[in-house]
Design a protein around this ligand. Structure first.
Ligand SMILES: C[S@@+](CC[C@H](N)C(=O)[O-])C[C@H]1O[C@@H](n2cnc3c(N)ncnc32)[C@H](O)[C@@H]1O
Length: 333
């Protein structure tokens, strides 16, 4: 498997990346309420902890989406009837879901070029260990931000493309950002290309809150790891014992929200920023949204952003939906 690294390619690139992390932390901790960008969860340790979360009994999304993809994998090559297909996966993670989609096309005797794109080098290395080699499969991993990676792949191929954005990553954007993201995706693709998006559906709140507060504390560790990352990479002195994880469903937003709360009044110094940040007792840092959807929301979103729904695939409990969309160009908004 070939891996291209569009980030961290040089000392200069590494420095620019660290500077951006510092600027984002500064901006987030100066905001009211304080926040930190979720993309920084995925350092090497964060990617490992995320894998533990996905394997936990309380965390239904991964298990459920896996079951759905296993059911639909033979359907996709019938719908996307191409001899050679590029499967491009945004935020591919460890690749265990990708394998199912790839197998569906290989079993139908198609040639597959698989381009996983992920910001995390660690995730890419886990994926490399997980994806099985095959004569009809060519794999080219790209360590990059979503659209930087997509642009890189588009410059190298003219095949029909199926873009995967699984795991309800789309749910991390709010309802304005997700339309912006999907329009940008639409702009990057050609008529009759397909995308398949994972959407976590609205459901009983007790199921949601259990998933985002797993009983083994993996989600807690995942969130607190972001503070540890700031300590390590930016010279912070967060005491993670003085912060608690809090995952809660907001019915007005229709989203799970993740916070860490300062359990007592304190000041945290970050040497790369040459300043300290004051926390009142129980002051939150907002870390992540995970928006939940109705199928009608998914239809609305596709129609607003230039796609046509081909099919919604979901599990018997309707916990999760993988929705296959086709790119439509030339029609009205
Ligand atoms: C929630 S995990 C999902 C992994 C996999 N798609 C799944 O469904 O199990 C999100 C993945 O997206 C990657 N990621 C997050 N933000 C990203 C960004 N801006 N650009 C590229 N990858 C990103 C993370 O490193 C992580 O591997």
């Amino acid at each position: 498997m070939k891996i291209s690294r569009l980030i961290e390619q040089s000392k200069v690139g590494e420095k620019a990346q660290k500077d951006q992390f510092a600027i984002d932390v500064l901006t987030g901790l100066c905001a009211t309420p304080k926040n930190l960008a979720a993309k920084y969860f995925y350092d090497d340790i964060g990617s490992e902890i995320f894998r533990n979360i996905t394997q936990h009994k309380d965390y239904y999304p991964t298990r459920t989406e896996y079951e759905i993809l296993d059911m639909v994998k033979q359907e996709l090559p019938k719908i996307i009837d191409e001899e050679t297909i590029d499967i491009i996966e945004l935020g591919a993670g460890d690749g265990h879901k990708s394998q199912l989609i790839i197998d569906g096309f290989l079993n139908a005797n198609r040639r597959v070029n698989f381009y996983p794109i992920d910001i995390s080098e660690k995730a890419m290395l886990m994926l490399r260990d997980n994806i099985k080699t095959h004569d009809n499969l060519n794999i080219h991993g790209v360590v990059a931000e979503y659209f930087e990676g997509l642009r890189y792949v588009k410059e190298r191929s003219n095949n029909k493309q199926l873009v995967l954005f699984l795991g309800s990553n789309i749910g991390n954007f709010d309802r304005v950002q997700n339309q912006g993201f999907l329009r940008k995706l639409w702009m990057s693709l050609s008529t009759s290309d397909h995308v398949m998006l994972g959407f976590d559906l609205k459901k009983d709140v007790s199921v949601l809150t259990a998933a985002y507060n797993d009983s083994s504390g993996h989600t807690k560790a995942f969130n607190l790891n972001l503070l540890t990352r700031i300590n390590r990479e930016l010279g912070g002195d967060f005491d993670t014992e003085k912060f608690q994880h809090f995952g809660v469903y907001s019915p007005t937003l229709g989203a799970m929200e993740s916070y860490v709360l300062a359990t007592e009044e304190q000041d945290v110094y970050i040497s790369a920023l040459e300043r300290s940040f004051h926390f009142d007792a129980y002051e939150p840092i907002h870390l992540e949204y995970s928006f939940k959807f109705l199928k009608s929301d998914i239809d609305f979103l596709s129609q607003k952003t230039g796609f046509e729904v081909v099919a919604h695939f979901s599990d018997p409990k309707d916990y999760f939906a993988d929705s296959l969309w086709k790119v439509v160009k030339g029609s009205d908004c």
